[in-house]
Design a protein around this ligand. Structure first.
Ligand code: FAD
Ligand code: UDP
Length: 401
């Protein structure tokens, strides 16, 4: 019965699951979580394939964070397998470390050239710094200009064009800055203090987060089939009755508002999973192919899980335009972080201001490039504001409004 719930949460990814758990365990709220997919975990969902290998259905997910609070929170629900992610990129017929660093330079240039390039990097930026490619391109030093041109052309230009459908300078600079040039020899993809994967996989972690007795979970349920949000009046209905609780929406914010300000731009992906009867397919979990092929990267999952198996499962990742009407391209994996996308989102952000009981939370709902740890930290922050909102409602006697 709809009146039993204090919160309706749309989406069982990190944003929805963490909020459900906090509201149930800390405020004693009864929470209904719905997800249109047949599983929990959102895009972090993993499962054993028919050969028994743990694969990530929506692309490789590696947990990495500097937020101790997030580690402490999640560690209540999972043990961890320490894992430091290393990526190679196929450049000029060689596999070289990515982020591009002094070891990558050694592999691609003659010894004497590599030395002068490394010296110029250290002199200009300092040992151990992380320099975004778009910043390196602004350098006035001729050696660094040459290096920047090389890295831009061989690592960023074609990969970004495949991934986003535009050139690196036409997407928000934070996107390419995620993979900076490193003035050092640290070959790890991430620099965070904590890097791991859940010991029994992400799906088990989500099942544990959502196991609270005050949480009801309904899968294969599109929010629009059981609930309506009237954007004019702010009224919410649930299963045909007026719903007086809080709506937390972690899907696409433009969908929540019936696309009244137009469709926000997203990018989608297509995954091609394969199994090979050989122990390993490639030397690292991920190999990027910036230049050749239409896919961007190949992931081999055994490197992540540490599973022992005589065969191995891999996935090829093909970027594609998002198309809401096409079932083969209608998963909005990435908000498009260009000026048009950000401006269009502002209309929805403004629309949300008028609705105190509606919270748009997460990567799609807030139109932000949130990694998993960011999504958890963000959900914990939203919980803190919601707790204040709840206690204010109690003080003012708004309980039943
Ligand atoms: P989601 O996981 O997208 O969950 C939203 C949920 O809402 C979905 O389950 C969806 O089905 C449901 N939903 C939407 N609309 C409706 C509706 N109308 N009705 C019912 N349900 C609905 N982060 C990292 O930290 N490390 C990584 O290595 C990493 N790799 C990634 C690789 C790829 C290819 C992608 C796309 C992302 C990656 N991320 C990674 C980011 C990570 O996926 C996100 O941080 C995380 O999934 C965000 O969680 P969320 O709950 O906000 O959104
Ligand atoms: N990128 C690139 N070449 C690479 C790796 C990354 O051009 O070999 C750029 C690309 O624009 C990509 C962005 O850097 O979208 C961020 O890369 P990241 O690996 O963080 O992407 P994600 O894992 O989130 O898809």
């Amino acid at each position: 019965m709809s009146e039993h719930y204090e919160a309706l949460i749309v989406g069982a990814g990190f944003s929805g699951a963490v909020l459900a758990e906090r509201l149930a365990s800390q405020l004693g709220w009864r929470v209904l979580v719905v997800d249109k997919r047949e599983h929990v975990g959102g895009n972090c969902f993993d499962e054993c394939d028919e050969k028994g290998i743990l694969v990530h259905r929506y692309g490789p997910h590696i947990f990495h964070t500097d937020h101790q609070q997030v580690v402490d929170y999640l560690s209540q629900f999972t043990a961890w397998r320490p894992y430091e992610h290393r990526v190679l990129a196929s450049i000029d017929g060689q596999l070289v470390p990515l982020p591009f660093n002094l070891n990558s330079i050694d592999k691609l240039f003659t010894t004497s050239k590599a030395r002068v390039l490394a010296d110029a990097l250290v002199e200009n930026f300092g040992e151990g710094t992380r320099v975004p490619i778009l910043k390196l391109r602004e350098s006035s030093n001729p050696l660094l200009q040459e290096l920047a041109g090389f890295v831009y052309d061989k690592v960023f230009l074609n990969y970004t064009t495949k991934q986003w459908g535009c050139r690196p300078e036409d997407i928000s600079p934070e996107v390419t800055a995620r993979v900076p040039v490193i003035v050092g020899r640290d070959d790890r993809y991430f620099a965070d203090v904590f890097q791991a994967v859940p010991a029994e996989g992400y799906t088990k972690l989500f099942e544990s987060i959502l196991a609270h007795p005050k949480i009801d979970l309904r899968l294969k349920t599109d929010y629009a089939d059981i609930s309506k949000f009237n954007r004019e009046t702010g009224e919410i209905s649930l299963m045909g009755n007026t719903f007086k609780g809080v709506l937390i929406f972690t899907g696409m914010v433009d969908e929540l508002f019936g696309f009244c300000h137009g469709e926000l731009p997203y990018r989608s992906l297509r995954f091609d999973f394969q199994h090979h009867d050989q122990e390993f397919f490639q030397p690292t979990a991920v190999v990027n192919y910036p230049n050749e092929h239409t896919y961007t990267r190949i992931t081999e999952f055994k490197h992540l899980s540490g599973q022992k198996n005589s065969g191995t499962s891999i996935v090829y990742e093909y970027p594609q335009p998002y198309d809401r009407q096409n079932p083969a391209a209608n998963i909005p994996y990435y908000p498009v972080f260009d000026e048009t996308g950000k401006k269009a989102y502002e209309h929805y952000e403004a629309a949300l201001q008028g609705h105190a009981k509606v919270f748009a939370v997460g990567r799609l709902a807030q139109y932000r490039y949130l990694d998993m740890d960011d999504a958890v930290a963000n959900a914990l922050d939203v919980f803190a504001s919601l707790s204040k909102f709840a206690s204010k409602r109690r003080c003012l006697g708004w309980e039943n409004t």
